[in-house]
Write a new protein. Structure first.
Length: 245
């Protein structure tokens, strides 16, 4: 059973289009037009075209493409800020909000034409954002699922808490967990496919695959094809075995 997966996007529309072209080439090579493509989350922030990324994904959904798009922590930050009364994510460091320069909300809003001075009031930015971001984009963010399971694979954005059944994972862990998950060599049952924590290259760790290759910092997005528990990075030269940790 074949599945495709795409790592963190972070507003990089050109990169997203590039890796979809790689998937299309692999589909043609193996004659598979129906295998799902799982986007692992973090559609927005830091990169220049969050609006274009969401438009691209909505267009794929509307034409019936076999795409699954999961929610990342940055997507929830954007979703919560755009609620009628903006909600703050308690996982953030003290003093941080979605609009903090290290988080990336400013870049996301700029893609919708919303810019503001350093000392602007949050309610004014919020009012402008609510007026500028299409309701279809807000609805799309709200509709994103936290997980997707298929055969021997379990897809989520950040990872899972080891020792907790997959059906009992919390939203906070699925969107934010790092060290407790990364340091575990436990057999989680299915192979966990995730992103969230940037690595130099998409890597197979035996019990998990990390697909976040740093698009939030201007590096290329990674796309892989997975068959069983084996995975290959998709490149312009074709399939390359995923590095093993």
């Amino acid at each position: 059973m074949r599945s495709y997966a795409i790592g963190d996007i972070h507003g990089q529309l050109g990169e997203l289009e590039r890796v979809h072209d790689l998937i299309a080439a692999d589909r043609e090579a193996c004659g598979d037009v129906s295998a799902p493509v799982v986007h692992i989350g973090d559609l927005c922030d830091r990169g220049p075209d969050t609006r274009g990324v969401i438009d691209f994904l909505i267009a794929g959904r509307d034409r019936g493409a076999p795409w699954i798009t999961l929610k990342g922590n940055h997507d929830r930050l954007m979703e919560w800020f755009l609620e009628p009364f903006p909600r703050h994510d308690p996982y953030l460091l003290v003093g941080y909000t979605w609009l903090h320069e290290r988080i990336g909300g400013q870049e996301s809003l700029a893609s919708y034409g919303v810019t503001f001075p350093e000392r602007e009031r949050v309610f004014r930015v919020h009012d402008e954002a609510r007026a500028a971001v299409p309701q279809a984009h807000i609805d799309f963010l709200k509709s994103l699922h936290l997980t997707y399971e298929r055969d021997q694979l379990f897809f989520c954005h950040a990872g899972i808490r080891p020792g907790v059944p997959l059906t009992q994972q919390t939203e906070m862990d699925l969107l934010w967990i790092r060290d407790e998950f990364h340091e575990s060599d436990a057999d989680h049952g299915p192979l966990i496919v995730h992103g969230h924590t940037p690595v130099k290259d998409a890597t197979h760790y035996g019990n998990r695959i990390n697909l976040d290759s740093g698009a939030g910092y201007g590096r290329p997005i990674s796309a892989v094809v997975i068959e069983g528990r084996e995975a290959w990075l998709l490149t312009e030269r074709g399939r390359v075995p995923l590095p093993q940790a």
